[in-house]
Ligand binder design. Structure first.
Ligand SMILES: O=P(O)(O)OC[C@H]1O[C@](O)(CO)[C@@H](O)[C@@H]1O
Length: 526
């Protein structure tokens, strides 16, 4: 399957990206447009042949059939025997979605209507602060979206507590009034130790203040019996099916904090954007299909050429938490070592994903991106316009920086240009050569830019769904199950065993390093 891609990657070695623009229409031909968004992947070494090989790879891997199976509710999460239907949570205009012979849409619509009524009650009532207690998929999505949509935030203040580190909840509770705080316990399983520990601490905080926690707690979960055992009023519990994976769950009850922040109507716009991306993903031809092309570019860079990581660089401060969100989405989904059938992968799994908003990153790690020995394919995101008309000059600078970075990565600066600069600066001879060498930028470094009109709720929905489908396509082509996460289990088990050791139990069964670390920590806590 990969032979043609490998051949194309060999042919691309040493190819000048800049020279590809000598072909008229390169930028347009290596871009996809969809509903206020432009994905430009022309600043990569992909040529027509390489792209054709990748499209062929997607065909041979059966992406279209797998995509249809996912939207159709087939149990494509085979290691857990589950359907994968986060798309049903945003299926606003579509028809029935069947899981094991039952239409799940009436239940989804009813839950969303209950959420909307609850959100309005909170928005219009006396609650001043909302704390979402959850971790991973029960935290990163709502936190990222609330921040992204701050221009639309007209509900109570939202806070997010995730870490079991007591510092997280202590710093959050500090200064809040228990009588006017709503605590949302967000956990698909309602067993996650971090979340349940933080929830118990929040409940004790209310009780200590003489506030009855019942009316001020809500729960978002698939485990309704556990929320009841925990004492949360079923009227304040919003459930979802196990066909929604944690990291894909912001579209339903896990998005309650977003709905409270921006209101049910705007939340629906967020869903509408994702739904539009779903339709586009299902219907668009390969070269016009944004998630497919984004996935193929990712595979080209990581599995085809062998670049180890990819940087996500939003030139959009409100997307500051997007890299963290994508770290879970991409690495928990595609960071696997075996294929669906249990056989080892023959290709590298998904890449390390990292990033920070621009322009901040420019003053931190872009040095490595421009001159380090490892090539880092960069994915820039930028809005054509901001939300602050009075600060349009800021936005112009922001956009200029974003566009300049991708240009600089591609163009670089050759030794002759560097020598000329040093000559102008008064250097000569060996010292000129030495100084010039430091000012060379190898260039020819690939990047992709996703530009969009404005970060509205709809556009955010589109962007997030774009990445979800990108992860799906990459997973299908690698033969991975993108919807389980067995790799997080072992550490949880060992953490459970470690607690008694920190409380004084015998450590002799542990390795020397672990024993030493336990004894060091205990020496301070007794
Ligand atoms: O929503 P839950 O069940 O508390 O799980 C939180 C997170 O923990 C994980 O299971 C990983 O440990 C994630 O996949 C999930 O998003």
């Amino acid at each position: 399957m990969w032979t043609e891609v490998e051949r194309a990657a060999e042919a691309a070695a040493g190819r000048s990206i800049a020279d590809l623009f000598e072909t008229a229409g390169r930028a347009e031909a290596f871009s996809v447009r969809f509903d206020g968004m432009l994905l430009d992947y022309s600043k990569t070494a992909l040529d027509e042949d390489a792209r054709a090989a990748l499209v062929q790879l997607a065909g041979a891997a059966g992406v279209a059939a797998r995509r249809a199976a996912m939207f159709d509710g087939q149990p494509i999460n085979e290691t857990e025997g589950r359907a994968v239907l986060h798309s049903a949570l945003r299926n606003l205009s579509g028809g029935a979605v069947m899981v094991e012979g039952e239409d799940i849409m009436p239940g989804i619509h009813a839950t969303r209507a209950r959420m909307a009524a609850f959100a309005e009650e909170i928005r219009q009532g006396s609650i001043t602060d909302v704390i979402n207690i959850g971790i991973g998929g029960s935290h990163l999505g709502p936190e990222m979206a609330v921040r992204a949509l701050s221009p639309y935030h007209d509900g109570p203040r939202c806070h997010f507590v995730s870490n079991v580190d007591g510092a997280d909840i202590a710093d959050t509770l500090c200064g809040l009034d228990p009588a006017t705080t709503l605590v949302i316990v967000a956990s698909k399983t309602f067993t996650t130790i971090e979340t349940m520990t933080n929830a118990a601490t929040a409940r004790a905080w209310m009780e200590r203040a003489g506030v009855e926690p019942g009316p001020q707690f809500a729960a978002l979960s698939s485990a309704l019996e556990k929320t009841a055992d925990w004492g949360i009023d079923p009227a304040r519990v919003f459930g979802f099916g196990d066909y929604v994976g944690g990291r894909y769950s912001v579209w339903g009850p896990i998005g309650l904090a977003v709905m409270i922040a921006i209101g049910p109507e705007r939340f629906e716009e967020f869903l509408t954007g994702a739904e539009a991306m779903d339709r586009h993903f299902l219907d668009a031809e390969p070269l016009e299909n944004m998630p497919l092309m984004l996935a193929l570019v990712g595979l080209w860079h990581h599995q085809g050429i062998g670049y180890g990581t990819r940087a996500v660089l939003p030139y959009d401060q409100r997307l500051a938490r997007l890299p963290a969100y994508l770290q879970q989405l991409e690495m928990e989904s595609n960071g696997k070592r075996v294929r669906m059938d249990g056989a080892p992968l023959t290709r590298p799994s998904g890449p390390v994903v990292w990033g920070e908003p621009g322009t901040n990153g420019q003053h931190a790690f872009y040095q490595l991106i421009h001159q380090g020995t490892a090539v880092v394919p960069c994915e820039f995101l930028v809005a054509a316009e901001g939300h602050e008309p009075d600060l349009a000059h800021h936005h112009r600078l922001l956009v200029a920086n974003c566009l300049a970075q991708s240009e600089a990565l591609m163009r670089g600066r050759g030794i002759d240009e560097a020598r000329a600069l040093m000559c102008e600066a008064g250097f000569a001879g060996a010292e000129l050569e030495r100084q010039a060498a430091h000012r060379v930028f190898p260039g020819n470094r690939p990047s992709v830019t996703l530009a969009y009109d404005r970060l509205t709720p709809r556009r955010l929905g589109q962007i997030v769904a774009l990445y979800e489908h990108r992860v799906f396509v990459e997973g299908v082509i690698l033969g991975i199950n993108s919807f389980d996460q067995w790799g997080v289990e072992l550490g949880k088990v060992l953490a459970g065993e470690m607690v008694p050791l920190l409380e004084g139990s015998d450590t002799t069964r542990k390795d020397g390093s672990t024993r030493q670390l336990v004894h060091f920590c205990k020496s301070y806590t007794g």
